[in-house]
Design a protein around this ligand. Structure first.
Ligand SMILES: C[C@](O)(CO)[C@H](O)COP(=O)(O)OP(=O)(O)OC[C@H]1O[C@@H](n2ccc(N)nc2=O)[C@H](O)[C@@H]1O
Ligand SMILES: Nc1ncnc2c1ncn2[C@@H]1O[C@H](COP(=O)(O)OP(=O)(O)OP(=O)(O)O)[C@@H](O)[C@H]1O
Length: 289
């Protein structure tokens, strides 16, 4: 069968407040996810031989541990097939989104495989069902399975309410360090966390770039684990004293939203001196589809 190519976008978290901890150890949170136009690319061809393979940029992650591969297996396990019928797929992954970056790259890969194979295999599961399957793969997967450009999320990130946010240009800096999410969550408590928001969802879009109201409760834990992330945060904050600077997810990526042309120029100038092994880029939150 013909091969189909899909873009898997990354996300940022505009803020991330920890609101509690479940019995299973996962933390509940409130956050706003928004997609950005920094994408991985997946090419998928289906077969009826019952074999699923993943090739391309596996970046040291064994195929069977890769979230793109695990998504295909999870979906196939849920399919009720007529006797003798078997589902297979050849998946090729081209990575652009850095891993362990707080950008949800692996989660986005998983979501893209779920939605694409649901269509190509003719399974027609409802999106809500795909989100539930996605949640077994990672807390960010349900957002990427949804078709929301931006969403307010609670739970561990699976209770989603879409919100309309304006398209913005953001300056992202990833200092090329891999931050283990588990270690970040295990260490944040010492630094305290933000009380739950008391703003209505309708107020959120206008309030969002307000540095005082919205924070990321994981920042200090990540800064301690990876001082390079703290350095990026300090440099961008110094460059834009009244701008919006925030770490995304559990890091290592920090993003800045310039408030005016002068701040945009400052970031562009800073880009010229960005260390060669760091990834510094402008991205847009405009809807991709
Ligand atoms: C930080 C975020 O990226 C925000 O978007 C997500 O909450 C991360 O969720 P995720 O990708 O599912 O995280 P994983 O990398 O699978 O989780 C690694 C470990 O981080 C801890 N973890 C993760 C998510 C969460 N809400 N609470 C946690 O305590 C758990 O110990 C988990 O075993
Ligand atoms: N296809 C994949 N792409 C990226 N990472 C993957 C993939 N499959 C498995 N992983 C593993 O999952 C981990 C988390 O990857 P992912 O990119 O989803 O999270 P992240 O970049 O840390 O973003 P966040 O912290 O927001 O979840 C990686 O560190 C990697 O070891």
């Amino acid at each position: 069968m013909a091969a189909h190519t899909y873009l898997a976008p990354a996300k940022i978290n505009w803020f991330l407040h920890i609101t509690g901890r479940r019995a299973d150890g996962y933390h509940t949170l409130e956050t706003v996810f928004q997609r950005i136009d920094w994408c991985d690319e997946l090419t998928i061809q289906t077969t009826d031989d019952g074999v699923i393979t993943l090739t391309g940029d596996l970046s040291g992650v064994a195929m069977t541990a890769n979230l793109a591969y695990r998504a295909a297996v999870a979906l196939r396990d849920r399919a009720e097939l007529p006797k003798g019928h078997s589902l297979g797929a050849r998946i090729h992954l081209a990575k652009n989104i850095p891993m362990g970056a707080g950008l949800g790259g692996g989660s986005s890969n998983a979501a893209t495989v779920l939605t694409a194979l649901n269509d190509l295999w003719g399974l027609d599961f409802a999106n809500q069902t795909l989100q539930k399957i996605g949640l077994t793969l990672g807390a960010d997967v349900p957002f990427f399975v949804s078709d929301f450009n931006a969403a307010f999320a609670t739970g561990v990130g699976e209770v989603l309410t879409p919100i309309d946010l304006p398209a913005r240009e953001l300056f992202l800096v990833n200092p090329n360090v891999h931050v283990p999410t588990a270690q970040v969550f295990s260490g944040f408590r010492r630094f305290g966390f933000t009380p739950s928001l008391d703003v209505s969802l309708s107020e959120l879009p206008d309030l969002l770039p307000n540095h005082q109201v919205f924070s990321n409760d994981l920042e200090k834990s990540t800064f301690e684990i990876a001082p390079a992330v703290a350095h990026v945060y300090e440099v961008l904050s110094a460059a834009m004293p009244d701008g919006f600077v925030r770490m995304s997810g559990s890091g290592a990526t920090v993003f800045a939203m310039p408030m005016d042309g002068a701040q945009r120029q400052v970031l562009d100038d800073w880009r010229q001196v960005c260390p060669p092994d760091w990834q510094c880029r402008w991205v847009s939150t405009a809807s991709l589809f």
